[in-house]
Design a protein around this ligand. Sequence first.
Ligand code: LLP
Length: 398
Amino acid sequence: MMVYKPDKNGLQVNTSQGYKNVEDFLRGREQPLYLYSQHDVKSRIEAYKGAFSRPIDMRFALKANSNRTLLKEMMSEAIGADVVSIGEVERALEVGVRPDDIVFSGVGKTKAEIQRAIEVGVGQINVESLPELERVIATAKFLNKETRVGLRLNPDVSVSTHPYITTGLKENKFGMDISHLPGAISLLRTAIGLVQCHGLAAHIGSQILDISPMVQTAKWLRKIFEDLRGEGWALQTLDLGGGLGIDYQDENHDSDFVRLKEYGSQVSEVLSGLEARVLVEPGRFLVARAGALLARVEYVKETPYKTFVILNSGMNHLLRPSLYQASHRIVSVRPRGPTLVRCDIVGPICESSDVFGREKELSLPREGDWLAILDAGAYGYTMANSYNLRPLPDEVVV
Ligand code: LLP
């Protein structure tokens, strides 16, 4: 089902009371804003849970979207949080996540972050290197507090996504190389009874559309999990990370669900019979479609070569197009007519990469009209910045 759909009365957004005119939420506003449909997020959580033929424990990756209102709604579906900084730990606690339902990943956790995580009783700290494991053990000893760690492994698998967001290749900084597993085990032996080796984890990248490397990784992880159990380690969790992508060009979101079902069924199959709690850390899949960045046209600038539609929002608010050459669909909130013109849709920032879309076909807007940059609910606001000393956008949840 589409979250934002064009209509003769202008762009509509899906809410729990049916489709509503986006213009209704823009009245009286001038500044750019992110508009999220919580209805859509909730139905995606249900779909995700239902795609697996075994129970899974969801840990939403807060880095994709950390809006408090949206998170509170999501957490009412009994999911936990995947976090990568103490700021995200605090946000998770603030919106009502139980400490036990937090998984803390990230390659650069500081001493203070580890200490706070142990103090609040974070459910699992996913360690990504031997020096980090040493730090966790030292901190647990210092606090004399039981702590659970997951070992995040790097499977060295290739995924076809943007090179900036692969994380499971040996040249990536993430996870531990398998050759470091014996070292990790030796360290854990020095802290038996205090630091529990709770499970194994892997996360191989983001915006993945071909699921086979994800399934392959689940299979690989299962083997190591069973080997370690065979050696007497009482592992409990198998954390598969996030990564499932959406097709940004596909306005019919059905393909998302086809891919999700395939992922769920193949993973359930390779894990069949395994007695473990399976954790998943989806981010984008749950929230990307739910959000649109709404921005106003400041100028329509014609040059002898091109037509530029210049918005009051740019790479400062949605970095994905300039950072990853990501292409988001762009539509008029209220099209001016059926005639389409080719134009470049750009922001106000003093960088030539500040382009939301090149040669996009649009009903030519005028100054003051609103455009919607779709599928911006994941890694939109969370990556926004105040470059050029411009203010951050607003966020509205419907
Ligand atoms: N778990 C871990 C440990 C992660 O690092 C990530 C994302 C996730 C889960 C969630 O992945 P997802 O399901 O959202 O793919 N800024 C980039 C994406 C960076 C992803 C970083 N890690 C973008 O806008 O495409």
